[in-house]
Structures are given as C-alpha cells and as structure tokens.
Design a protein around this ligand. Sequence first.
Ligand SMILES: Cc1ncc(COP(=O)(O)O)c(C=O)c1O
Length: 311
Amino acid sequence: MYGDPEVHELREAIAARHGVHLGHVVVGEGIDGLLGLLVRLTVGPGDAAVTSLGGYPTFNFHVAGFGGRLLTVPYRGDGSDPEALMGLAREAGARLVYLSNPDNPMGSVHGPEVIRRMVEAVPEGALLVLDEAYAELAGELVVIDPEDERTIRFRTFSKAQGLAGLRVGYGIGPKGLIAAFDRVRNHFGLGRVAQAGALGALGDGAWVPQVVERVVAAREEIGRIAAGVGLRTLPSSTNFVAVDCGRDGAFAKGVLEGLLRRGVFVRKPGVAPLDRCIRVTAGPEAAVAAFGEALPGALEEALAQGGGVPR
Ligand SMILES: Cc1ncc(COP(=O)(O)O)c(C=O)c1O
C-alpha cells in the first residue's frame, strides 16, 4: 500500500513535539524536497531570492530551476550576515531570504536574539526561510510563533536521527502557507517505511541525546587532532567541524586531496575566504581516528607542494 498521503500520524507527533497545531506542519521528502516546493510556491520568473555566498546550495538550485533571480551576501567572518541578508532583501524586493542556522558549511550558529531581530526585519512581501537541519546538535535555538507570517522553519530526520536515507523532513509555519504545500506536493511521496521510521525515531527519546554526546566528543577530538598539527578549528553547532588550514583555498584543496589519497573523504567550502577550511564529519570514533592518522601526512604533502599563501 501507499503511505498515508496526509502523513497524519507523523504530522500529529511532530506537532505535539513542537507544541503547535497540526495545521502548522508539512512533511516532505527531506528539507531539500520541501525547499523546492516552497520556491515553486513563492518564486516566479525573475523574482529575487537572497542567500549567503558559499552557503548550503540546494536552495540556489531550486531558485534557478524555477527561474528566480538569486542574490548573494558574503559571509561576515565565518558566519552568515543577518543584517546584510535582510538589507539586500529589502533593496531587491526579495520573496525569500534563506538562512541555514546552524550553518553548513561553516558550523556557526546565530543565537535567538539575532534571529528574532531578523524576523522583525523581514520586508513586506518576503519570507525568512530558516533551515534548522542541525537543530538538535546546536544549543538554544529561537522559538518562533508558528502563526508568524514572516517565517517558515525546516527540520529533518537526516542528521541527529541518522535517517538521511529515508528522506523525511518537515516545515513549521503559518497555516495558510502550510496548506498551500498541498497544491504542489507529491501526495504519495512519503512511503510507508519513511513514515513509520520517522515516527519511531520521534518516539525514541534516548537516541538523540546519545548522538549529541558522541558528536560533541567527536568535535572535540577533531579539535585535538587539528591542534596537534598546529591548525585551528572553528566552533561547530553541527555534526562536522571546519578545520582552518591557515592558508588559501588551493592549499586547503591540497590537504583535502592528500586525505583522499589516504582513504579519508572530507569536503570543503567552495568560496574564499571560507575555502581555506576543510569540513570534517564528527563521525564514529574509528572514522575520526582515521582522519587523525591521515592528517599529518596530508598536511606535509600540501606544504611540500608549495604551501599556498599564508593568511
Ligand atoms: C543546511 C542543510 N539543509 C538541508 C540539508 C538536507 O536535509 P534533508 O536530508 O532533510 O533533505 C542539509 C544536508 O546536508 C543541510 O546541510
């Protein structure tokens, strides 16, 4: 049988978890899928949408796919720049402003006060899209009135719950906007196994806290490994850590390739100056240990190849 097209039981459980009415919750095929539906609902050809330059890219793909005009704001330091994002949205008459909080790829997070100010600054006709994929791994996040017409927030079962392969995410927002998803969503998109799995995960209160504990330990271990070879790590509120390789993007790419040659796969931001970092998953102990073994050699090789430009 198909899964329940209304995803009723799971939506009810999510609504109860967040203390909101069922009508504030839409469930879909991951945050990535829901972002596509949101862009389809709100962005027409030529409409502006604003995001951070070098931020999580899926939003950008959807904006391009629906003919929108993507405008970007550089990071400020190693975090997204809320004031500049809102400033550009106001100037451009943007329909959507996207913010991943905590941030991918840098791992940084904005506290509740900053996000509250952002919501207050949402221009007329725009919507703040808060992507909270890493919410469970961060500290205190902002609580927003689900009826607030200025914002929609997204969560997922892909990260702390470890169910990325099931493809289940959800949005919480004002009832009118949430109801509009029914016009465009794939009504049988969420299979029975996905619905049952997510429901089971919500009912397993012990799982997420122990994941968080292990992720925190792994983040600290990555910090120790990096410090052992003279590198700095950036504070992380996610399940990965940005390791600052201390030189330019070409150098960090050299380190990444050296790791790959040693069988260790990490990723890196693509835009300067963030691209001086590599992004290392706060994974199981054995994986982090493998990174620790591979890093000194990879770093040495990158230095021997010319060393890049010191920052
Ligand atoms: C910021 C952010 N949003 C969304 C996703 C994808 O979430 P989902 O698996 O729910 O589509 C990711 C995955 O890396 C992410 O980093």
